[in-house]
Design a protein around this ligand. Structure first.
Ligand code: 0X9
Ligand code: ZN
Length: 331
């Protein structure tokens, strides 16, 4: 089972509560904090940092960031991120190899980057008052202020047309912003936004990555069982250390059984998280596309099996993302 023994998708309030509880129970090891800005609808974006002597942030140890749910409907992304936090804390107390990894690194986990969108998607299911496409299958954030008049009437939760209202957080970063694979209009599911970093969600990550000299980040999405590395467009001529980045991606993929490919091999994208962070800071970054069954299929399939790993009995068992994350930490 999972490090937390969880068996169903969390709600937003459970993420917040759990991260704070983890810090409260392990004050030297875990620090819970809120990212720089609240979302457009005023929600906090909550994170934890896990390290030995966690408050001594200037100790020079490599910083790893794991984040989930840039895209509202991709619920397993948040689950894998928060389970990783539990894994490190549990392992620190019980497992010598994890304890020594934690002693050598600093680990920041942001399970739900797009708190507004996730909240709408996650809470849509039990209610009969909105359509599946507008709410449960929402992808983007909630940006109403500078959207066209017909989309501007209040916060996005209270109004139909919710899927159109918003910017795609994974097209809003400054790296090659607005190029191939990014929508230019509000109605687009990949809308780049009105300007680079026009959204609190991306500004929050910019702030975190810039302040903390991040060595590596992994941004979790669903779906496809892929480890994606920069660049998002094939014709980028930036000085990318392709052999190094490929080797890291391949290593992680060898643990979780995913395919390791450059992002442009999936399709062209610009304004994505790790393209920006790599070119802005030199820090490594990868996108994992978790599971093959959909954006948020049954928990057992997309979270338990994909995180812990399939049992090896059938011959083709995978290590799961637990193994991939630990491998990155060990490097
Ligand atoms: O399109 C996306 O943003 C990602 N796929 S998803 O189905 N989760 O929406 C893929 C992005 C891949 N490109 C980069 N990460 N550069
Ligand atoms: Zn996604």
């Amino acid at each position: 089972g999972l490090p937390s023994r969880r068996t169903s998708y969390r709600h937003l309030y459970e993420y917040e509560y759990e991260l704070k509880e983890l810090a409260r129970g392990n004050p030297r090891l875990v620090r819970a904090f809120t990212l720089a800005e609240p979302t457009n609808e005023g929600r906090d974006v909550v994170a934890v940092e896990i390290a030995e002597d966690v408050d001594n942030a200037a100790d020079g140890k490599p910083v790893n960031v794991l984040m989930g749910v840039h895209h509202a409907r991709e619920w397993p992304a948040g689950e894998h991120a928060v389970e990783w936090a539990h894994e490190l804390v549990n392992g620190y107390h019980r497992d010598n190899s994890i304890r020594s990894l934690v002693a050598r690194t600093r680990n920041i986990v942001v399970p739900i980057v797009n708190a507004d969108g996730f909240s709408i998607s996650r809470e849509a299911e039990p209610k009969g008052d909105f359509t599946r496409f507008d709410y449960e299958m929402k992808r983007k954030n909630c940006r109403a202020d500078d959207s066209p008049p017909q989309l501007r009437t209040g916060v996005c939760k209270a109004n139909p047309g919710g899927s159109a209202r918003g910017t795609d957080p994974n097209r809003n970063y400054a790296g090659f912003w607005g190029g191939a694979g990014a929508g230019l209009t509000w109605g687009s599911e990949t809308f780049r936004g009105s300007a680079p970093f026009s959204e609190p969600e991306t500004r929050n990550i910019r702030d975190l990555v810039s302040k903390r000299a991040v060595t590596n980040l992994i941004t979790l999405h669903t779906y496809g069982n892929l480890v994606l590395r920069p660049p998002g467009v094939a014709d980028v001529r930036a000085p990318l250390e392709e052999p190094v980045v490929k080797a890291l991606g391949d290593r992680m993929a060898s643990r979780n059984g995913y395919d390791s490919i450059p992002s442009w091999g999936l399709y062209d994208t610009t304004g994505t998280t790790e393209d920006w962070s790599y070119w802005a800071t030199g820090g490594f970054g990868f996108t994992f596309e978790i599971n093959t069954a959909g954006f948020h299929p049954p928990y057992e399939d997309a979270v338990v099996a994909e995180y812990v790993g399939a049992p090896p009995a059938a011959g083709a068992g995978k290590g799961g993302n637990r193994a991939a994350f630990l491998d990155m930490l060990a490097n």
